[in-house]
Design a protein around this ligand. Structure first.
Ligand SMILES: Cc1ncc(COP(=O)(O)O)c(C=O)c1O
Length: 363
């Protein structure tokens, strides 16, 4: 057996740092809403410590060493919900820098184990304060000890630059025409760096930030509505914020035969109120569907809508606004769906402001 180190090649790297980046891209056909839409994901989990953060941890350390801001053997301190800390710990252990990570105490045990595996010291911050609490504590610790070097991913330009010079060009090398780029927003480094590169190549590319709802704890991601805007986030590249929302009430009409009370066709309609608490069938849809029902020689049998928060019972608003005394009102309750599915779909007649339940059979 030869004692020579293995030669670097396409799939073999001299060390873990050399294996950072150039992650695979994969088309997600089953997630595409139509054959005209192509969704391509970049598998950042294929980086050596398991996340996109290897890119920026490496870039920030290299930048600081080159500037002399990080001396050989100097200790690195960073607030992190996990991934940046794990990446810094991996690279620090390879380059001879001890690493301390301020980690919210509700982070998963698996992350803490990985940090310890790479030799990092963990300093806990209150989980309820999320990543903002970890940032505050790390800033206090760094201010009190000038021997510590804090890369501070939220304010370090090497973070977005790693994406502008690495992730962005890798994407363009595989996909020349990008209509939209979607990424989670943590520090905003990925969105700012990749977004800048993509817009330079094709200015019409839309850049969309995926953000949790305010107060929702998604490790690594943040809502800008909570008030902290990371200095590295270049808001001018963001076109849209994709935020999780409560469902709005769905509605539609059912057609069939009024004589025997049998509905055979469902026509979904838009909710013109776009509200989780109210519905009104969009007027354009109402005209279009009414004509379609007439053309098919059928009757309007039922008006359907969902309740996102309450049982499948007409609300005072439903009773007041009901316009079709001859039709049935079919209600679905999203809250009852899991616990009492037999109560989740109920039929009613509504006239004179009163509602009367009618038996419903679903075949
Ligand atoms: C897995 C993962 N994806 C995305 C992000 C957010 O990326 P960025 O900080 O570049 O906005 C994070 C941040 O911690 C992360 O851990």
């Amino acid at each position: 057996m030869s004692s020579a180190p293995p030669a670097a090649g396409k799939d073999r790297f001299p060390d873990l740092i050399a294996a950072i980046g150039n992650t695979p891209m994969v088309e997600l056909r089953r997630l595409a809403p139509s054959p005209d839409v192509r969704i391509i994901a970049k598998l950042e989990g294929a980086n050596p410590s398991g996340s996109v953060k290897d890119r920026i941890a490496h870039a920030m350390i290299e930048d600081a060493r080159a500037r002399g801001a990080l001396q050989p053997g100097q200790t690195i301190l960073e607030p992190s919900s996990g991934n940046t800390g794990i990446s810094l710990a991996m690279i620090g252990s390879l380059l001879g820098h001890p690493v301390r990570v301020v980690l919210p105490d509700n982070t998963t045990e698996e992350r803490a184990q990985l940090l310890r595996l790479f030799g990092a010291e963990i300093i806990s911050s209150p989980g309820a304060e999320g990543s903002n609490g970890a940032i505050r504590l790390a800033q206090q610790l760094a201010a009190a000890d000038p021997d510590l070097f804090m890369p501070y991913q939220y304010g370090n330009e090497a973070n977005p630059r790693a994406h502008e010079e690495g992730t962005g060009p890798e994407i363009v090398a595989e996909v020349s025409h990008v209509d939209a780029f979607v990424a989670g927003l943590g520090t905003g480094g990925t969105l700012s760096g990749v977004g800048r590169h993509l817009k330079r190549i094709r200015p019409a590319t839309r850049v969309i930030a995926a953000e949790p709802l305010p107060g929702e704890q998604v490790q690594g991601l943040r809502s800008l509505e909570e008030g902290f805007i990371p200095p590295v986030l270049d808001e001018s590249v963001l076109d849209e914020h994709a935020r999780a929302e409560l469902p709005i009430e769905a509605c539609g009409l059912l057609a069939g035969s009024l004589t025997d009370g049998l509905a055979t066709t469902y026509f979904p309609a838009r909710n013109a109120d776009a509200s989780p608490l109210r519905y009104s069938v969009h007027p354009d849809d109402l005209v279009r569907i009414t004509y379609a029902i007439e053309d098919a020689g059928q009757d309007l049998v039922a008006i359907f809508h969902s309740h996102t928060h309450t049982p499948a019972v007409p609300s005072p608003t439903d009773r007041r606004a009901a316009m079709y005394p001859d039709a049935f009102y079919l209600l679905a309750s999203l809250t009852d769906l899991a616990a009492t599915p037999e109560r989740a779909l109920r039929a009613w007649r509504i006239h004179g402001g009163q509602s009367f339940e009618v038996p419903l059979r679903v075949d």
